[in-house]
Write a protein that binds this ligand. Structure first.
Ligand SMILES: [Zn+2]
Length: 414
């Protein structure tokens, strides 16, 4: 009961910001409080954020024992998280600390720790940002996820029921349950939303659809929106924090009242940057100047919703999705995955699914149906000319659907 009250407190405490100066003032206050009360042995004792090292997942995990403030060892945390993953029973905790595994694609496993209070804060915040208005109506949420967590279950209450759909179970087994429960909110990774949208037997009519955990690409969006006659919203959330959400206009905004995002520019001309994230609230496992592996595209235009939070045009994908190419003059060139995706999708109305992997000078192209091979070949050749690049050698393969519990990555550099 206490937890529900806490969620309500954070729910009501979450505000909208319409003035940029208010956002900055608020961040400054929160940051100062965070750094002043920081108990971690790993981070420097300083009030200046610039004194903190920029860290990545590797550093974060290697220093797990020193970063968390409860003396929980990585070994203990990992064993609890792995046990939960194996048994698919996600109720185990260390004391009242929720332990989870991050579903990263990079292979190195991340473990996260969240206290009761932090999970209530998270739940209150996400409900406030994502629930359709008017507030306080009943909702049935269907949530497709690789792994459940106490964190998500904490959202359940008398007005909100919450069903977790395990992605290790074949999708067709879930469809019957979905039809029976008729969820009002559907939350799933983009590729799962797409498969649900293409199902002949699914009869649900959700009022809100939220894409999570993967890049939502234009072709997915179109299929999903047509099927459910609803815009697709996005939540950009990872172990390191709840970073962005779509507003009522459908544009992504950084959640700058809970995270401070520094930008490491990789291509200022095209507004592409890597976010360096500081979570302004977490103290159990403080996240400070954590460099994500993602590429975001800044939207400089002011969104018509009026929010003062920075607008993001797109989440382009992971840094590893950028193809390292060579120009005709033999200079290095970064080809962003978006160009590949567009070249493939926009020239082929009949393509169902694809994946390209660059290995050395070869591009492995997995497509379904394979009959569109020539069009893809032509589109990519044009792309090389446009960008003045040395062409890659193409090897075509039949595309096979991967397991749904793996994150989809359509463009990848090995
Ligand atoms: Zn907006």
């Amino acid at each position: 009961m206490f937890k529900k009250l806490q969620i309500m407190k954070y729910y009501l405490g979450t505000k909208l910001f319409f003035n940029r100066r208010d956002v900055e003032e608020y961040q400054k206050k929160k940051l100062s409080r965070l750094l002043k009360n920081l108990k971690s042995d790993f981070y420097p004792k300083s009030q200046n954020l610039k004194d903190f090292p920029i860290i990545n997942k590797k550093t974060f995990m290697e220093n797990f024992d020193r970063i968390n403030t409860l003396d929980i060892s990585q070994k203990d945390a990992l064993s609890v998280a792995l046990q939960a993953e194996d048994s698919r029973d996600f109720s185990s905790k260390i004391g009242d600390i929720t332990v989870g595994l991050s579903s990263g694609t990079s292979g190195s496993r991340g473990v996260f720790l969240v206290s009761e209070e932090e999970s209530a804060r998270w739940a209150g915040y996400i409900l406030r940002r994502m629930l359709p208005k008017p507030l306080l109506q009943k909702h049935k949420i269907a949530f497709f996820l690789r792994a459940n967590s106490n964190l998500y279950e904490s959202v359940g209450s008398s007005i909100i029921s919450f069903t977790f759909y395990d992605l290790l179970t074949p999708l067709k087994e879930h469809i019957g349950i979905l039809n029976k429960t008729q969820p009002s909110i559907l939350i799933a990774p983009a590729q799962v939303l797409r498969l649900l949208a293409q199902s002949d037997t699914l009869t649900i009519k959700p009022k809100k659809i939220i894409s999570v955990a993967e890049v939502l690409e234009e072709d997915d969006r179109e299929i999903i929106e047509i099927r459910f006659s609803q815009p697709v919203h996005q939540v950009y959330q990872c172990t390191e924090g709840f970073l962005a959400h779509t507003c009522k206009e459908g544009n992504l905004h950084l959640n700058e009242d809970i995270v401070l995002v520094e930008k490491e520019w990789i291509d200022k001309k095209s507004f592409r940057f890597i976010p360096i994230v500081t979570d302004l609230n977490r103290t159990t496992q403080p996240v400070i100047r954590y460099r994500l592996d993602d590429v975001l595209i800044l939207d400089e235009e002011v969104c018509s919703c009026g929010s003062a939070f920075t607008c993001i045009k797109r989440i382009e994908g992971r840094c590893d999705d950028i193809l390292k190419m060579c120009t005709v003059e033999d200079e290095e060139y970064l080809l962003f995955p978006d160009f590949i995706r567009r070249a493939i999708i926009f020239n082929n109305a009949n393509i169902n699914e694809y994946k390209v992997i660059k290995e050395g000078d070869t591009l492995h192209i997995y497509i379904d149906p394979i009959s569109v091979k020539n069009e893809v070949e032509e589109a990519l050749s044009k792309l090389y000319i446009t960008h003045n690049l040395k062409p890659l050698k193409h090897i075509f393969h039949m595309h096979k659907i991967e397991e749904l519990n793996k994150k989809r990555r359509r463009v990848q550099q090995l």
